[in-house]
Design a protein around this ligand. Structure first.
Ligand SMILES: [Mg+2]
Length: 189
């Protein structure tokens, strides 16, 4: 059974990040500027500023139809006909995320399951849920998946091009996708 992350996989989190970061820094921030998951390093912000930025980016008004990543809606609508759509997000508010997905997808609401867990704890939860594959844009979440024997699938983003040095060989071998429609090859249909 497949599970997915929300931000950077289903939802274009880079859009609010760029908007809010541009306001905060007074210079135009674009998606390709986000070369690392750690925003302090790539955007030159303090930790307090990054916390504030993430908080602003997770406000409900940013959950907009046009910020669903292209290809995602089509895949999830088709996939959700036969399988539950399981989302594990680090966002604290799983309810708002579920409401958003229910609005955006044609999948039956009871087939959409949204859970909230910090990146490092996603593996334990995914294991409990019986997931076999997990798609995420963050090395930390996927490391947690590998530790519990769940197949990691990396969703390609500018912030995951540089592979973590100690296990860069391992990361080279991890499947990387640019569009959720590439997931069909992992699914028995
Ligand atoms: Mg993410």
């Amino acid at each position: 059974m497949l599970g997915l992350d929300l931000d950077g996989v289903i939802y274009e989190i880079a859009a609010p990040i760029c908007h809010v970061a541009s306001e905060m820094t007074g210079r135009q921030v674009v998606k390709d500027d986000i070369t690392k998951y750690g925003l302090t390093e790539c955007l030159g912000l303090t930790e307090v500023e990054v916390k504030d930025l993430i908080f602003k980016c997770q406000e409900d008004h940013w959950l907009r139809s046009e910020l669903i990543i292209p290809g995602t809606r089509r895949f999830l609508n088709e996939f959700g006909q036969n399988y539950p759509v399981v989302v594990i997000t680090a966002r604290p508010d799983a309810v708002a995320t579920k409401e958003f997905l229910c609005q955006e997808l044609t999948v039956e609401p009871e087939q959409i399951l949204v859970f909230s867990a910090r990146s490092r704890e996603k593996g334990k939860l995914a294991s409990k849920l019986g997931l076999t594959h997990f798609v995420d844009d963050h090395f930390v979440s996927l490391t947690a998946m590998m530790q519990v024997g769940i197949k990691p699938i990396l969703f390609d983003q500018p912030w995951n091009q540089l592979l973590p040095a100690p296990q860069s060989r391992t990361w080279q071998l991890v499947d990387r996708i640019k569009n959720l429609n590439e997931l069909w090859r992992f699914i028995d249909v």
